[in-house]
Design a binder for this molecule. Structure first.
Ligand code: SF4
Length: 473
């Protein structure tokens, strides 16, 4: 039996970046003797709030029922009662969602929970299927009825329609022909199942915590519950946790791996490990790589908080220039200031970021951010620094020029909106008012993170899509 509850609430998300969004974060737990499921998932999702602020949800088994609770808004605001919820369950999964692909609203909030011919199944998905449009059309033409516009529902349909027998055979069958990015957590007739797509686009981790097994997109969600041993799920690995313990099998291998390099550049939390390496260390390495190629000798290196902080620190250490917080950030700015009309954008950025005169006045300033999207915020930041007395302002980006859309789970503005498709670095300097602008090249990026083309996706920078993309995906 299936019981669901949905609770609308005004969204109170707070974007921290000029136009990029992540699609989702996952959390899951299994304990043979049961655990406080809502409470456990609350803390794991709270730690991954940066991966999606539009909606949050949990699903769990209770007394033979599969139950779910999905809400609009951020975990701390929309679901604070989960902290005090004493519901005991052996298995649960959770999800935070950033809604652009497939649209927002409660209907698309996850986990999705269904009764089907394979039993009671709940599913939470991080990623985007690059052939989702074609798969949906095929199912629709075959008579399937959809309740959401998200491509995650396609996976449930394919599981239900499979004629194979047993979790392993059904998953192999259902996921063959599914292309793109999918890290999944499922409750499947009382078992916890975690799946990472064969190309390994999105991170997924497994940990042991006392008697419980935990799964999360990022390790920060695991460590929110205390210290524990963890490991990364391998690309293509399907992990089943049930009363018999933990076992793995693998989907058909892909010809290459395609870990999303943007997880290390911007999306993941700095204290997390993704793809087997520290995000903190990765961002420091990117900053250092930028400094190696830069003949500039700045008086001070200033980060754009918080996204540029670690790259600026790496740049400062490698260049020998002092690091200082020449911009402070107001952490109380809510969503009302995030998407203002064009005329109000300047004011909105001024409400959020403030230049520190004492740090930048009379100085040749290098300002560091992780990436450049539309360029509008950067222009205002340059102006703020000049108003505070900076004699020169040089903009440095710890990633290459962002030029291409992502079909694998990151929301990137259209090609026309991306400033690097309209202007070269000299043009961007003129547009933003900076004295110079430099990006980290793709080759330097790959070298700094030891991320060869056979292992990592850089398609939004170089247009080399690791698996086919289709119009409308
Ligand atoms: S296109 Fe960019 S954002 Fe998308 S998966 Fe590849 S590296 Fe990540």
């Amino acid at each position: 039996m299936l019981q669901t509850s949905v609770k609308p609430q005004s969204s109170a998300g707070s974007a921290t970046h000029d136009g990029l969004g992540h699609y989702c974060g996952l959390a899951a737990a299994f304990a043979p003797d049961g655990l406080d499921i809502a409470r456990t998932l609350f803390y794991m999702l709270f730690a991954q709030q940066h991966r999606g602020q539009e909606s949050c949800g949990i699903a769990w088994e209770e007394g033979g029922l599969l139950r779910s609770d999905r809400r609009l808004g951020m975990v701390a605001n929309a679901a604070s009662d989960w902290q005090a919820d004493a519901t005991r369950s052996r298995v649960g999964i959770g999800h935070v969602r950033y809604a652009t692909h497939g649209g927002g609203g409660l209907a698309n909030a996850q986990p999705l929970a269904v009764d089907c011919n394979k039993g009671r199944i709940a599913l939470a998905h991080n990623g985007n299927l690059s052939n989702g449009v074609a798969l949906r059309a095929e199912l629709f033409d075959g008579g399937s009825i959809f309740q959401t516009t998200s491509d995650s529902e396609l996976i449930l349909h394919r599981i239900s329609r499979s004629t194979a027998v047993g979790i392993e055979a059904i998953l192999r069958d259902a996921l063959s022909g599914v292309e793109g990015a999918y890290s999944l957590c499922l409750i499947w007739n009382g078992a916890l199942v975690a799946v990472r797509d064969p190309m390994g686009f999105r991170p997924l981790h497994l940990a042991r915590h006392g008697d419980a097994w935990l799964v999360a997109s990022e390790t920060c969600a695991l460590h929110a519950l205390g210290p524990m041993d963890w490991r990364e799920a391998e690309p293509g690995e399907c992990i089943v946790v049930d009363d018999d313990g933990v076992r793995s099998f693998f989907l058909e291998p892909a010809p290459r791996r395609s870990r999303c390099i943007f997880e290390s550049i911007y999306f993941a939390r700095p204290d997390s490990y993704v793809f087997g390496r520290s995000v903190h260390g990765a961002r420091m390495a990117l900053g250092a790589a930028m400094a190696l190629d830069d003949e500039l000798r700045p008086d001070v290196v200033v980060p754009v908080p918080d996204s540029g902080t670690l790259a600026a620190l790496g740049y400062a250490q490698a260049s020998g220039a002092p690091f200082a917080f020449g911009l402070t950030r107001n952490h109380y700015v809510g969503r009302s200031f995030i998407l203002p009309s064009k005329g109000e954008r300047d004011l909105a950025v001024r409400m959020k970021l403030h230049a520190v005169r004492e740090v930048v006045s009379g100085k040749k300033v290098v300002i560091v951010d992780d990436s450049l999207v539309r360029g509008t915020t950067s222009g205002i930041i340059v102006r703020l620094l000049r108003e505070a007395g900076a004699s020169e302002v040089h903009l440095r980006l710890s990633s290459p020029e962002l030029k291409w859309p992502c079909y694998y789970g990151i929301d990137i503005p259209t090609r026309e909106e991306l400033i690097s498709n309209r202007l070269d670095p000299a043009g961007i300097a003129a547009y933003t008012g900076a004295d110079s602008v430099r990006f980290l090249g793709v080759a330097r990026l790959r070298a700094a993170l030891d991320a060869p083309e056979s292992e990592y996706c850089c398609a939004c920078f170089d247009g080399h899509y690791p698996c086919p993309v289709y119009q409308g995906s």
